[in-house]
Ligand binder design. Sequence first.
Ligand code: NAI
Ligand SMILES: N[C@@H](CC=O)C(=O)O
Ligand code: NA
Length: 435
Amino acid sequence: MAEPLNVALAGLGTVGSGVVRLIETNAELIARRARRPIRITAVSARDRTKDRGVDLSGYAWEDDPLAMAERADVDVVVELVGGSDGPALALGRKTIANGKALVTANKAMIAHHGIELATAAEQNGVALKFEAAVAGGIPVIKGLSEGAAANAIDRVYGILNGTCNYILSTMEDTGRDFADVLADAQRMGYAEADPSFDIEGIDAAHKLSILAAIAFGSRLRFDAVDTMGISRVLAADIAQADSLGYVIRLIGMAGIDRSDGTPRLFQRVRPHLVPFDHPLAHVDGATNAVVAEGNFMGRLLFQGQGAGDGPTASAVVADIMDIARGEKGAAFSMPAGELEAMEAAPTGHRVGRSYIRFVVADRPGVLAEITAAMRDTGVSIESLIQKGRGEEEGSVIVSMVTHEVPEQAVTQAMRILEGADSIKAAPLVMQIIEA
Ligand SMILES: NC(=O)C1=CN([C@@H]2O[C@H](COP(=O)(O)OP(=O)(O)OC[C@H]3O[C@@H](n4cnc5c(N)ncnc54)[C@H](O)[C@@H]3O)[C@@H](O)[C@H]2O)C=CC1
Ligand SMILES: N[C@@H](CC=O)C(=O)O
Ligand code: NA
């Protein structure tokens, strides 16, 4: 058997501890498949004394994660600290500059600095790998960049955040409260250190921007993702959607928009209504799912655990094994400098059905005011329900589904209603995914 590949782990939280457990548990089969053993030589985290349920006594300890990049007994640094900048980025830069391979699960860092790191990795002849950064344990980066490599892909979309999916599907099944279910997701290790990254859609936007670069060969544009999370979704929305035949899911969607002849990059993360008979409607808990549409392969659906220690560790260790086999590959499927710079696509002309929820004063004439705004902007209504009571005394919840209309018409209708004193909170608009 060949010499071991020496690995240093920076960060021993949910994912880092999972990586230690996986490398120890499956050491023999990993060595056979990677053609050489994977050996952890050094580890680093904030608290040396913490019990992580794994034995770290056989590994050198470094208080400073950056020290990993200097060690002679390290071939690969695995960055599992988190954060787009700070120690994670400093470690990433130093690792590559010192001629070592970098494996990371850090989508925030890749979304912000992926092009810089990939360029540096190419210049230094080392691998940069981040399978765990998108959809956790699902091999979606490998699937798109290798399995689907021969296809032109024009659209990729799916459920990219385990925490939001766990919250939405648990609220739907149990009627439990948002904050209470979020606390569960945090306990299970699904949520980011700052869970607002999950619930405001930022984490899904990080992942979507990485996925789009790989799927389309476009230059990574996290800044251009139109992002809205699930914090404004009420239990009443989930109930109303259910009575209309839908579930609510946070969906990331990216595509190439050619409507005016120039290819432009469309990237959006928003809660959507998904009809019961759509495959994404049955994706529950921390499960993620990604759909990619290629010109020869047709529609491909990847589904699996998007968060948590085991699934994420599985993706991290698969990357390490690729490096053990000598695979370097381009981080984004092609050299970073060759990714095509694209402008962000405008969205107003997109046509579809929308769900709109209003919290309104419970008095005569309010519905007429709303429907007049719809009429004046050409938004026709397919169905309308008034069921729940709003939190504010004397308010009610009115939800409607529109017929297919350009999104800008709905935006105009909402603008007309802005500031109307019968409307108690900003209306929530969610697009509907067709089956
Ligand atoms: N938890 C999950 O399900 C998934 C997490 N990820 C990503 O993996 C990375 C790690 O996530 P988790 O393990 O969940 O985080 P965590 O918060 O459980 O662990 C972070 C680790 O980094 C260490 N750390 C933090 N700041 C440090 C510093 N300044 N110096 C030294 N050590 C420091 C902490 O001591 C801890 O051991 C993040 O980038 C996250 O986005 C990716 C996919 C799934
Ligand atoms: N916080 C993330 C973890 C995995 O990427 C999520 O909930 O999906
Ligand atoms: Na993955």
